[in-house]
Design a protein around this ligand. Sequence first.
Ligand SMILES: [Zn+2]
Length: 105
Amino acid sequence: MYSPIVGVGDQKFGHCTKHRDAHPSVSIRDNKGSFRCMSCGYRGDTITIVQDQEGLDFMGALRWLIEEFSIEAPERMYRDQKRERIKILEKAGDLNGAMSILMGS
Ligand SMILES: [Zn+2]
C-alpha cells in the first residue's frame, strides 16, 4: 500500500510502509529523488518503493512506472528490449521474426 505525501517544498513527509507509523516518519527529498524513514532507516527512491510494493526487480519496477504514468521510455530501453526479443527469436529458430525486428517492421 502506498502512503500519501504531506507537506510542501523541500519539507515533505509520508508514513513508512515498513511498520505501523502513527506520525509521518519518512522524510522525502524531492531535489535528490530520495526518501528516508527516521524511525527504522528504510531508505531509497521511487524505484525502491515500487520494487517493494509490487514485488518487482529493478527493470520490472521501471516498466511498471513507465506503464503506470505513461512515461516515454528512454531510447536505450527500447534498444535493449529489441535485442532481448531478437535473442529469443534466434534461439527459437525464427530468423524471419528476428530479421523483421532488425528491419524495424
Ligand atoms: Zn520506517
